[in-house]
Ligand binder design. Sequence first.
Ligand code: ZN
Length: 446
Amino acid sequence: MTDLLRQSAAEIEAVQNARLRHMLSLCARGHDHYRRKWREAAIDPTLVHTVHDLPLLGLTQKGELMAEPEAFRLRVPELPLEQRAVWEVIHTTGSTGDPTPIYTTTHDYHAYLFQARRVADISGITDRDVIANLFPLTPAPMGAFMRTSANAFASGAAVVAALSGAPHGAFDVHRSLDDAVRLVERHRATLLWGVTSFVRRVLLRAAELGADFTSLRMCAVTGEASSPAMREELRQRMRALAARDSIVFDRYGSTEIGGLAQCRQDGDWHNPAPEILHLEAVDAETGAALPDGVRGALSITHLDRRGTVLLRFLVGDTVAVERSACPHCGRAGERVVGPVVRTKDLIKVKGMLINPDLLLATLPTVEGLDEFQVVVQRLDPSDPFSMDELLVRVATIGADTDALARRVVACTVGAIGVRPRVEFVAAAEIYDPLKQAKLRRFVDLR
Ligand SMILES: [Zn+2]
């Protein structure tokens, strides 16, 4: 198969245009949400011949997907089994607190393997690598964890999983941080694959335990914004462990996009598979496509999907998009140029996207809780790269504190999926009515 990334921009666009027309014809047959939207807005999808016509379709907001994820599934009974069978359902966290299911058919799983093989090629992952999956085992299946194996399969690498994360469920399958360190050492892992702050914790613990990490050559990190200073600190820790190399691959992507790829550290992010994905920066108000290099809202369009299909979907990040060949590696196709700024009113805590308002709205329902405050802070305040801690400060008059703490933890996990530490304080510490100070229910100290 020819590598489309080595073709001209015009050739890439011709492939994208043909795939787009077919995708839209399938949506016109069997995508409930877009059929209804097009009918109501008098949009004629047959007028969209090229990616330049995409603004005719308007934009898709994340809220539309979260409101009715089932309506975003393509349902065309005549398609072959591989394009209809559900291979897996992964979930993306959103502001409703309920994760949104993204349906992946066999066809889409193959497309992801194809995309992951390109990512491996661009970012230098090979069939000699051993990947340690350090993503947490979460209550709903998250793309980052689920897709690690697909990334290994696609490149021919080996993969092991630490099964980290906050324990839940009846079977006691989660493992500890120390277990993760020993797993990396035992399998001579070459790649650590996980949420930035947890990967860092593994490196720190490896140093404390004197673990042999000399096989390590790359940390592929994602899930939370990582600054250049933090990535440099990761490199220093890898060097201190006498790692074989100290590459930090800053993975950018999402459940809806899959993974994009950097051809060099701190570089732009290539769209590794323009055959199946189209990226544009748009004006979020008007829906207009913006010229190359102009920053706007990142909008993605699936060109060849059969499960959940999204057209001009606003990911929630502000970026610029470039279509010229990469000055570093020469590959064509869209590139996302940072900095990536999250425009959502969601915040990341311990690598999870949460909506603080949802928690604030739910906590007052906890019996025996008189006053409360939610604090996000660094676990170690003196360490600028420390992991996050979610703290719920609680005041009560007369309730059993152990039982109340359990109720607060259960409520918080139920609302946003993050386990908090609970601290009991006097009500006046949270809100002093004599001072008439404004009550701050949510404080982010990071
Ligand atoms: Zn490049």
